[in-house]
Write a protein that binds this ligand. Structure first.
Ligand code: NAD
Ligand code: TYD
Length: 354
Protein backbone atom coordinates (compact mmCIF):
# COMPACT_ATOMS: atom_id res chain seq x y z
CA UNK A 1 0.00 0.00 0.00
CA UNK A 2 1.49 3.36 -0.96
CA UNK A 3 0.19 6.88 -0.36
CA UNK A 4 -2.40 6.79 -3.18
CA UNK A 5 -5.95 7.89 -2.44
CA UNK A 6 -9.04 6.79 -4.34
CA UNK A 7 -11.64 9.53 -4.86
CA UNK A 8 -15.12 8.59 -6.10
CA UNK A 9 -17.19 11.19 -7.95
CA UNK A 10 -14.09 13.32 -8.57
CA UNK A 11 -15.44 14.77 -11.83
CA UNK A 12 -18.35 16.44 -10.03
CA UNK A 13 -18.45 19.84 -8.35
CA UNK A 14 -16.91 19.17 -4.93
CA UNK A 15 -14.86 16.13 -5.99
CA UNK A 16 -13.04 18.06 -8.71
CA UNK A 17 -12.29 20.98 -6.37
CA UNK A 18 -11.00 18.42 -3.86
CA UNK A 19 -8.68 16.75 -6.39
CA UNK A 20 -7.31 20.08 -7.65
CA UNK A 21 -6.57 21.13 -4.07
CA UNK A 22 -5.11 17.74 -3.13
CA UNK A 23 -2.67 17.68 -6.03
CA UNK A 24 -1.62 21.28 -5.42
CA UNK A 25 -1.09 20.81 -1.68
CA UNK A 26 -0.45 17.15 -0.93
CA UNK A 27 1.34 16.06 -4.08
CA UNK A 28 0.51 12.37 -3.67
CA UNK A 29 -1.25 10.17 -6.25
CA UNK A 30 -5.03 10.38 -6.74
CA UNK A 31 -7.19 7.90 -8.65
CA UNK A 32 -10.56 9.31 -9.66
CA UNK A 33 -13.39 6.78 -10.14
CA UNK A 34 -16.35 8.50 -11.78
CA UNK A 35 -19.24 7.26 -13.89
CA UNK A 36 -19.49 10.63 -15.70
CA UNK A 37 -23.22 11.11 -15.29
CA UNK A 38 -24.72 14.41 -16.48
CA UNK A 39 -23.07 16.01 -13.40
CA UNK A 40 -19.56 14.69 -14.02
CA UNK A 41 -17.27 16.68 -16.29
CA UNK A 42 -13.64 15.74 -17.05
CA UNK A 43 -13.08 19.37 -18.14
CA UNK A 44 -13.18 20.30 -14.43
CA UNK A 45 -9.84 18.49 -14.10
CA UNK A 46 -8.14 19.90 -17.19
CA UNK A 47 -5.51 21.54 -15.00
CA UNK A 48 -4.25 18.17 -13.71
CA UNK A 49 -5.13 15.75 -16.49
CA UNK A 50 -1.49 15.51 -17.66
CA UNK A 51 -0.08 15.46 -14.13
CA UNK A 52 1.48 12.02 -13.38
CA UNK A 53 -0.08 12.15 -9.89
CA UNK A 54 -3.59 12.07 -11.38
CA UNK A 55 -5.34 9.13 -13.03
CA UNK A 56 -8.91 8.64 -14.12
CA UNK A 57 -11.03 5.50 -14.25
CA UNK A 58 -14.48 5.84 -15.75
CA UNK A 59 -16.85 3.49 -13.95
CA UNK A 60 -19.78 2.96 -11.64
CA UNK A 61 -19.36 2.47 -7.87
CA UNK A 62 -22.09 -0.20 -8.19
CA UNK A 63 -19.77 -2.28 -10.44
CA UNK A 64 -18.15 -4.49 -7.83
CA UNK A 65 -15.74 -6.27 -10.19
CA UNK A 66 -14.43 -2.94 -11.39
CA UNK A 67 -14.05 -1.56 -7.85
CA UNK A 68 -12.34 -4.77 -6.69
CA UNK A 69 -9.86 -4.67 -9.58
CA UNK A 70 -9.12 -1.00 -8.98
CA UNK A 71 -8.45 -1.54 -5.27
CA UNK A 72 -6.20 -4.53 -5.99
CA UNK A 73 -4.24 -2.66 -8.65
CA UNK A 74 -3.89 0.75 -7.00
CA UNK A 75 -3.85 -0.28 -3.32
CA UNK A 76 -5.02 3.06 -1.89
CA UNK A 77 -4.39 4.11 1.71
CA UNK A 78 -7.70 5.97 1.77
CA UNK A 79 -10.99 6.28 -0.08
CA UNK A 80 -12.78 9.63 -0.19
CA UNK A 81 -16.33 8.92 -1.31
CA UNK A 82 -18.08 11.84 -3.03
CA UNK A 83 -19.95 9.95 -5.78
CA UNK A 84 -23.70 10.50 -5.50
CA UNK A 85 -26.79 11.79 -7.19
CA UNK A 86 -26.98 15.18 -5.52
CA UNK A 87 -29.88 17.33 -6.72
CA UNK A 88 -33.01 17.41 -4.53
CA UNK A 89 -35.36 18.48 -7.36
CA UNK A 90 -34.21 15.56 -9.53
CA UNK A 91 -34.73 13.18 -6.59
CA UNK A 92 -38.34 14.37 -6.36
CA UNK A 93 -38.96 13.78 -10.06
CA UNK A 94 -37.15 10.42 -10.23
CA UNK A 95 -35.73 8.85 -7.07
CA UNK A 96 -34.49 5.55 -8.65
CA UNK A 97 -30.97 6.69 -9.47
CA UNK A 98 -30.62 8.14 -5.96
CA UNK A 99 -31.36 4.80 -4.34
CA UNK A 100 -29.16 2.97 -6.82
CA UNK A 101 -26.06 5.14 -6.50
CA UNK A 102 -26.35 6.63 -3.02
CA UNK A 103 -27.59 3.52 -1.20
CA UNK A 104 -26.64 0.48 -3.29
CA UNK A 105 -23.50 2.14 -4.64
CA UNK A 106 -22.23 3.04 -1.17
CA UNK A 107 -23.05 -0.48 0.00
CA UNK A 108 -21.07 -2.02 -2.90
CA UNK A 109 -18.14 0.27 -2.22
CA UNK A 110 -18.20 -0.61 1.49
CA UNK A 111 -18.28 -4.34 0.77
CA UNK A 112 -15.34 -4.19 -1.64
CA UNK A 113 -13.47 -1.88 0.72
CA UNK A 114 -14.00 -4.28 3.60
CA UNK A 115 -12.65 -7.21 1.55
CA UNK A 116 -9.60 -5.15 0.49
CA UNK A 117 -8.97 -3.74 3.96
CA UNK A 118 -9.26 -7.14 5.71
CA UNK A 119 -6.34 -8.58 3.76
CA UNK A 120 -3.99 -5.63 4.31
CA UNK A 121 -0.93 -6.13 6.55
CA UNK A 122 -1.57 -4.96 10.15
CA UNK A 123 0.21 -1.63 9.82
CA UNK A 124 -1.61 -0.70 6.61
CA UNK A 125 -4.95 -1.83 8.04
CA UNK A 126 -4.40 0.50 10.95
CA UNK A 127 -3.55 3.44 8.69
CA UNK A 128 -6.39 2.94 6.16
CA UNK A 129 -9.40 5.34 6.13
CA UNK A 130 -12.78 5.34 4.37
CA UNK A 131 -14.16 8.89 4.35
CA UNK A 132 -17.82 9.25 3.45
CA UNK A 133 -18.94 12.71 2.32
CA UNK A 134 -22.49 13.54 3.34
CA UNK A 135 -24.86 16.42 3.87
CA UNK A 136 -26.65 18.45 6.55
CA UNK A 137 -29.95 17.53 4.85
CA UNK A 138 -30.02 14.17 6.68
CA UNK A 139 -31.01 16.07 9.85
CA UNK A 140 -34.25 17.42 8.35
CA UNK A 141 -35.64 20.92 8.68
CA UNK A 142 -35.19 23.53 11.47
CA UNK A 143 -37.65 26.15 12.72
CA UNK A 144 -36.42 29.76 12.91
CA UNK A 145 -35.42 29.52 16.59
CA UNK A 146 -34.19 25.91 16.70
CA UNK A 147 -30.58 25.20 17.65
CA UNK A 148 -28.24 24.38 14.76
CA UNK A 149 -27.66 20.73 13.80
CA UNK A 150 -24.97 19.03 15.88
CA UNK A 151 -23.45 15.57 15.37
CA UNK A 152 -25.98 14.30 17.93
CA UNK A 153 -29.10 15.64 16.20
CA UNK A 154 -31.45 12.77 15.29
CA UNK A 155 -31.73 11.98 11.58
CA UNK A 156 -35.03 13.12 9.96
CA UNK A 157 -34.50 13.23 6.18
CA UNK A 158 -37.38 14.67 4.16
CA UNK A 159 -36.53 14.28 0.46
CA UNK A 160 -35.63 11.14 -1.50
CA UNK A 161 -32.13 12.67 -1.84
CA UNK A 162 -31.64 13.21 1.88
CA UNK A 163 -33.20 9.84 2.72
CA UNK A 164 -30.76 8.09 0.37
CA UNK A 165 -27.82 9.97 1.91
CA UNK A 166 -29.09 9.14 5.42
CA UNK A 167 -29.26 5.46 4.45
CA UNK A 168 -25.67 5.58 3.21
CA UNK A 169 -24.53 7.31 6.42
CA UNK A 170 -26.14 4.51 8.45
CA UNK A 171 -24.38 1.85 6.39
CA UNK A 172 -21.03 3.56 6.94
CA UNK A 173 -21.73 3.76 10.66
CA UNK A 174 -22.64 0.07 10.76
CA UNK A 175 -19.43 -0.96 8.93
CA UNK A 176 -17.41 0.73 11.63
CA UNK A 177 -19.48 -0.61 14.48
CA UNK A 178 -19.70 -4.18 13.17
CA UNK A 179 -16.46 -4.74 11.23
CA UNK A 180 -14.28 -1.97 12.72
CA UNK A 181 -13.68 -0.55 9.24
CA UNK A 182 -11.93 2.79 9.97
CA UNK A 183 -14.63 5.08 8.60
CA UNK A 184 -15.10 8.85 8.91
CA UNK A 185 -18.28 10.71 7.95
CA UNK A 186 -18.55 14.41 7.17
CA UNK A 187 -21.92 16.18 6.98
CA UNK A 188 -21.61 19.51 5.24
CA UNK A 189 -23.92 22.43 4.51
CA UNK A 190 -24.65 23.90 1.03
CA UNK A 191 -21.51 24.48 -1.04
CA UNK A 192 -20.94 27.06 -3.73
CA UNK A 193 -18.01 28.00 -5.96
CA UNK A 194 -16.36 27.13 -9.30
CA UNK A 195 -17.47 24.06 -11.32
CA UNK A 196 -20.92 23.72 -9.72
CA UNK A 197 -23.44 22.35 -12.21
CA UNK A 198 -25.93 25.15 -12.95
CA UNK A 199 -29.02 23.26 -11.83
CA UNK A 200 -28.22 24.39 -8.24
CA UNK A 201 -29.36 27.76 -6.87
CA UNK A 202 -26.24 29.93 -7.11
CA UNK A 203 -24.87 29.05 -10.57
CA UNK A 204 -28.42 28.88 -11.99
CA UNK A 205 -29.11 32.43 -10.82
CA UNK A 206 -25.77 33.77 -12.08
CA UNK A 207 -26.23 32.29 -15.55
CA UNK A 208 -29.94 33.18 -15.87
CA UNK A 209 -29.32 36.75 -14.73
CA UNK A 210 -26.41 37.11 -17.15
CA UNK A 211 -28.58 36.11 -20.07
CA UNK A 212 -31.72 38.02 -19.04
CA UNK A 213 -33.77 34.95 -18.09
CA UNK A 214 -36.19 34.84 -15.14
CA UNK A 215 -34.68 34.05 -11.71
CA UNK A 216 -37.04 31.38 -10.33
CA UNK A 217 -37.28 31.69 -6.54
CA UNK A 218 -39.30 28.88 -4.93
CA UNK A 219 -42.18 29.77 -2.58
CA UNK A 220 -41.65 32.95 -0.55
CA UNK A 221 -37.84 32.90 -0.93
CA UNK A 222 -37.38 32.76 2.84
CA UNK A 223 -36.00 29.22 3.08
CA UNK A 224 -32.62 29.40 4.78
CA UNK A 225 -29.41 27.56 3.85
CA UNK A 226 -25.98 27.71 5.50
CA UNK A 227 -23.48 28.45 2.70
CA UNK A 228 -19.84 27.35 2.57
CA UNK A 229 -17.27 28.09 -0.13
CA UNK A 230 -16.29 24.77 -1.74
CA UNK A 231 -12.54 25.10 -1.10
CA UNK A 232 -13.24 25.51 2.62
CA UNK A 233 -15.24 22.27 2.51
CA UNK A 234 -12.38 20.48 0.73
CA UNK A 235 -9.89 21.69 3.31
CA UNK A 236 -12.13 20.42 6.10
CA UNK A 237 -12.40 17.01 4.41
CA UNK A 238 -8.60 16.83 4.23
CA UNK A 239 -8.42 17.73 7.93
CA UNK A 240 -10.90 15.00 8.87
CA UNK A 241 -9.00 12.48 6.74
CA UNK A 242 -5.76 13.19 8.56
CA UNK A 243 -6.84 13.93 12.08
CA UNK A 244 -10.41 12.61 12.39
CA UNK A 245 -11.09 9.76 14.80
CA UNK A 246 -12.35 6.56 13.09
CA UNK A 247 -16.05 5.94 13.65
CA UNK A 248 -16.77 9.64 14.25
CA UNK A 249 -18.88 12.06 12.24
CA UNK A 250 -17.95 15.72 11.70
CA UNK A 251 -20.33 18.58 10.87
CA UNK A 252 -18.93 21.18 8.48
CA UNK A 253 -20.60 24.55 7.88
CA UNK A 254 -19.95 28.17 7.13
CA UNK A 255 -21.83 29.92 9.99
CA UNK A 256 -23.47 31.66 7.07
CA UNK A 257 -27.24 31.35 7.20
CA UNK A 258 -29.06 33.26 4.49
CA UNK A 259 -32.57 33.23 3.05
CA UNK A 260 -32.62 32.36 -0.67
CA UNK A 261 -33.98 35.74 -1.70
CA UNK A 262 -30.97 37.46 -0.11
CA UNK A 263 -28.61 35.22 -2.07
CA UNK A 264 -30.37 36.04 -5.33
CA UNK A 265 -30.38 39.78 -4.57
CA UNK A 266 -26.67 39.69 -3.73
CA UNK A 267 -25.88 38.02 -7.06
CA UNK A 268 -27.97 40.66 -8.84
CA UNK A 269 -26.11 43.53 -7.10
CA UNK A 270 -22.69 42.05 -7.94
CA UNK A 271 -23.72 41.69 -11.59
CA UNK A 272 -25.08 45.26 -11.61
CA UNK A 273 -21.67 46.41 -10.40
CA UNK A 274 -19.56 44.31 -12.79
CA UNK A 275 -21.74 44.84 -15.86
CA UNK A 276 -22.64 48.50 -15.26
CA UNK A 277 -23.60 49.30 -18.83
CA UNK A 278 -25.73 46.22 -19.39
CA UNK A 279 -29.35 47.02 -20.34
CA UNK A 280 -30.34 44.24 -17.87
CA UNK A 281 -29.38 46.47 -14.89
CA UNK A 282 -30.97 46.25 -12.33
CA UNK A 283 -30.87 42.44 -12.59
CA UNK A 284 -33.28 42.11 -9.64
CA UNK A 285 -36.14 42.91 -12.05
CA UNK A 286 -35.67 39.33 -13.30
CA UNK A 287 -36.64 37.78 -9.93
CA UNK A 288 -39.76 35.64 -10.34
CA UNK A 289 -41.46 33.80 -7.48
CA UNK A 290 -42.50 30.32 -8.65
CA UNK A 291 -44.35 27.32 -7.21
CA UNK A 292 -42.60 25.89 -4.16
CA UNK A 293 -40.62 22.62 -4.15
CA UNK A 294 -42.76 19.83 -2.59
CA UNK A 295 -41.69 19.16 1.02
CA UNK A 296 -39.21 22.08 0.84
CA UNK A 297 -37.08 22.11 4.03
CA UNK A 298 -37.36 25.51 5.68
CA UNK A 299 -33.99 25.96 7.33
CA UNK A 300 -30.61 24.21 7.58
CA UNK A 301 -27.85 25.41 9.92
CA UNK A 302 -24.72 23.61 11.04
CA UNK A 303 -23.00 23.68 14.39
CA UNK A 304 -19.42 23.03 13.25
CA UNK A 305 -17.77 23.49 16.64
CA UNK A 306 -16.58 19.88 16.97
CA UNK A 307 -14.77 20.02 13.63
CA UNK A 308 -13.25 23.39 14.47
CA UNK A 309 -12.15 22.27 17.93
CA UNK A 310 -10.76 18.86 17.01
CA UNK A 311 -9.16 19.75 13.70
CA UNK A 312 -8.30 23.41 14.11
CA UNK A 313 -10.26 24.10 10.90
CA UNK A 314 -12.14 27.32 10.15
CA UNK A 315 -13.62 28.59 6.88
CA UNK A 316 -11.21 31.05 5.22
CA UNK A 317 -13.73 32.65 2.90
CA UNK A 318 -16.48 35.02 4.01
CA UNK A 319 -19.73 34.82 2.06
CA UNK A 320 -19.04 38.27 0.62
CA UNK A 321 -15.62 37.31 -0.77
CA UNK A 322 -16.70 33.81 -1.84
CA UNK A 323 -19.79 34.87 -3.77
CA UNK A 324 -17.84 37.61 -5.58
CA UNK A 325 -15.17 35.07 -6.66
CA UNK A 326 -17.90 32.69 -7.77
CA UNK A 327 -19.77 35.23 -9.90
CA UNK A 328 -16.46 36.27 -11.48
CA UNK A 329 -15.57 32.63 -12.21
CA UNK A 330 -18.84 31.97 -14.07
CA UNK A 331 -18.37 35.16 -16.11
CA UNK A 332 -14.80 34.24 -17.03
CA UNK A 333 -15.36 30.58 -17.95
CA UNK A 334 -17.57 30.84 -20.94
CA UNK A 335 -16.36 27.67 -22.68
CA UNK A 336 -17.13 25.59 -19.57
CA UNK A 337 -20.55 27.22 -19.22
CA UNK A 338 -21.40 26.64 -22.89
CA UNK A 339 -20.42 22.98 -22.68
CA UNK A 340 -22.41 22.15 -19.54
CA UNK A 341 -25.49 24.09 -20.56
CA UNK A 342 -25.86 22.23 -23.86
CA UNK A 343 -28.03 19.11 -24.43
CA UNK A 344 -29.29 17.36 -21.33
CA UNK A 345 -29.16 20.55 -19.24
CA UNK A 346 -31.58 22.38 -21.55
CA UNK A 347 -33.95 19.46 -21.32
CA UNK A 348 -33.88 19.59 -17.49
CA UNK A 349 -34.49 23.36 -17.39
CA UNK A 350 -37.28 23.14 -19.94
CA UNK A 351 -39.12 20.35 -18.09
CA UNK A 352 -38.51 21.48 -14.53
CA UNK A 353 -39.34 25.17 -14.92
CA UNK A 354 -42.09 24.84 -17.52
P1 NAD B 1 -22.24 16.41 -8.17
O1 NAD B 1 -23.61 15.97 -8.55
O2 NAD B 1 -21.70 17.69 -8.71
O3 NAD B 1 -21.18 15.27 -8.58
C1 NAD B 1 -21.41 13.91 -8.35
C2 NAD B 1 -20.33 13.12 -9.11
O4 NAD B 1 -20.55 11.72 -8.85
C3 NAD B 1 -20.40 13.30 -10.64
O5 NAD B 1 -19.11 13.48 -11.16
C4 NAD B 1 -21.00 11.98 -11.13
O6 NAD B 1 -20.58 11.63 -12.44
C5 NAD B 1 -20.49 11.01 -10.07
N1 NAD B 1 -21.35 9.81 -9.95
C6 NAD B 1 -22.71 9.79 -9.82
N2 NAD B 1 -23.14 8.51 -9.76
C7 NAD B 1 -22.03 7.73 -9.81
C8 NAD B 1 -21.82 6.33 -9.76
N3 NAD B 1 -22.85 5.47 -9.65
N4 NAD B 1 -20.56 5.85 -9.83
C9 NAD B 1 -19.50 6.72 -9.95
N5 NAD B 1 -19.64 8.05 -10.02
C10 NAD B 1 -20.89 8.56 -9.94
O7 NAD B 1 -22.22 16.40 -6.59
P2 NAD B 1 -21.46 17.38 -5.57
O8 NAD B 1 -22.28 18.58 -5.36
O9 NAD B 1 -20.04 17.50 -5.99
O10 NAD B 1 -21.53 16.50 -4.24
C11 NAD B 1 -20.52 15.55 -3.92
C12 NAD B 1 -20.87 14.86 -2.62
O11 NAD B 1 -20.99 15.84 -1.59
C13 NAD B 1 -22.22 14.13 -2.66
O12 NAD B 1 -22.07 12.93 -1.94
C14 NAD B 1 -23.18 15.08 -1.95
O13 NAD B 1 -24.21 14.36 -1.32
C15 NAD B 1 -22.26 15.72 -0.94
N6 NAD B 1 -22.63 17.10 -0.53
C16 NAD B 1 -22.89 18.06 -1.46
C17 NAD B 1 -23.21 19.35 -1.04
C18 NAD B 1 -23.46 20.47 -2.04
O14 NAD B 1 -23.84 21.59 -1.63
N7 NAD B 1 -23.25 20.26 -3.34
C19 NAD B 1 -23.27 19.65 0.33
C20 NAD B 1 -22.99 18.63 1.25
C21 NAD B 1 -22.67 17.37 0.81
P1 TYD C 1 -30.29 23.81 -4.13
O1 TYD C 1 -29.13 24.54 -4.71
O2 TYD C 1 -31.07 22.90 -5.01
O3 TYD C 1 -29.75 23.06 -2.83
P2 TYD C 1 -30.58 22.26 -1.66
O4 TYD C 1 -31.98 22.08 -2.05
O5 TYD C 1 -29.82 20.98 -1.61
O6 TYD C 1 -30.41 23.09 -0.43
O7 TYD C 1 -31.29 24.88 -3.53
C1 TYD C 1 -30.90 25.80 -2.54
C2 TYD C 1 -32.13 26.56 -2.11
O8 TYD C 1 -32.60 27.35 -3.22
C3 TYD C 1 -33.30 25.66 -1.74
O9 TYD C 1 -34.01 26.25 -0.64
C4 TYD C 1 -34.19 25.65 -2.96
C5 TYD C 1 -33.95 27.03 -3.57
N1 TYD C 1 -34.05 27.11 -5.05
C6 TYD C 1 -34.88 28.08 -5.63
O10 TYD C 1 -35.52 28.89 -4.95
N2 TYD C 1 -34.96 28.13 -7.00
C7 TYD C 1 -34.27 27.26 -7.80
O11 TYD C 1 -34.41 27.33 -9.05
C8 TYD C 1 -33.40 26.28 -7.18
C9 TYD C 1 -32.62 25.30 -8.02
C10 TYD C 1 -33.33 26.24 -5.80
Amino acid sequence: MDNTILVTGGAGFIGSNFILQWIAEKRTPVVNLDKLTYAGNPRNLERVCLNPLYSFQQGDICDRDLVRGLLERRRPQAIVHFAAESHVDRSIRGPDDFIRTNVNGTFSLLEETRAYWTQLPDQDRERFRFLHVSTDEVYGSLGPDDARFSENTAYAPNSPYSASKAASDHLVRAYHHTYRLPTLTTNCSNNYGPYQFPEKLIPLMILNARSGKPLPVYGDGLNVRDWLYVEDHCEAVRGVLHRGRPGETYNIGGWNEKPNIEIVETICSILDEICKDDPLVPHRNLITFVKDRPGHDRRYAMDARKTERELGWKPRETFESGIRKTVQWYLENDAWVKEVTAGNYRHWIATHYS
